[in-house]
Design a protein around this ligand. Sequence first.
Ligand code: CA
Length: 365
Amino acid sequence: MYLSVLIRSLPLVIASCLLIACGADDSSPFSEEIDTNKIYRWKMVTAWPPGFPVLQEGAERFAENLNAMSNGRLQVKVFAGGELIPALQTFDAVSQGTVEMGHGSAYYWAGKVPEAQFFSTVPFGMTPRGMNAWLYHGNGLALWREVYAPYNVIPFPLGNTGIQMGGWFNKEIHSVADLQGLKMRIPGLGGKVFAKAGGTPILLAGSEVYTALERNTIDATEWISPYHDHRLGLYRAAKNYYYPGWQEPGAVLELSINKRAWDLLPPDLQTIIENAARAENMLMASEMEQKNALALAQLRQRSDINIAPFPADVMETLKQLTKQTLDDEAAQNPKFKRVYEAYEQFRQQDEDWSTISEKAYLAIP
Ligand code: CA
């Protein structure tokens, strides 16, 4: 590799600088000497259960790649949710420097940083294609880093669930009237919108979802998409599987790094993290698509399952209520408003483009 050759040959470079006029370029990350003997041993906590397919596996693969790419100079030990700290304290642990790294999704910290939800997913928001465009090439990632700066956390996109499914319902949904009084496990902004439509959102941990649906404690649940839903056996507890996942059109997963720990890293290790994160962002998202296609084929073989689109009027109503919900939040919270406006500006342009590109193409019969 070019970089490791360069580091190993540093004494040679320095020696040749003595012989010829060697202009030190301060903008080059290789201009300062790197202590290649120093090993950084970091901890990473995640918001996922131990062994959770794709998400926890992806976080572990990312850590293995950091180790391999750094030739063992950056060793990250990964802890699943609850192994070192509770799953939803990932952000706090990174912020406080208890650990150097975390993996989760920005909407988990909505109680602390409401505007962070725009960097994971919002109902009727951008798909993974639009989110990657905004984060990497629009002002998205810069804005995200600004939002997390007061918490000493540096975020990176690290995976995406892809467009989710609308969820499992124990009865057919023909109109908005069918949502009245419906008890559904649906967290976050999706839950707020669902409540405005007359439903009753219920908060349940992933481990409780199946039993609650099976025992009719709840009438419906959203979870993720065919692969994880199939694995959880939700098709045994309810028979109507609706799409699309209006509530989560692709949740961006996040790598969070404590700023002080980041600042202490030599520039080559920072570059390795940044690029390994980009690679894993693509790997996790593409793995979800491949596994979902396979799991959908399995679900299609079951004659007792009704896989159906939500009626158009249900989507229209929920979309209107989403706009109301976001506008209400923005009216009360200037920080939320600022990110909402930046997000919306990009989303509207992206919608115009994707309507005549991907959407038009996929609509060809
Ligand atoms: Ca979900």
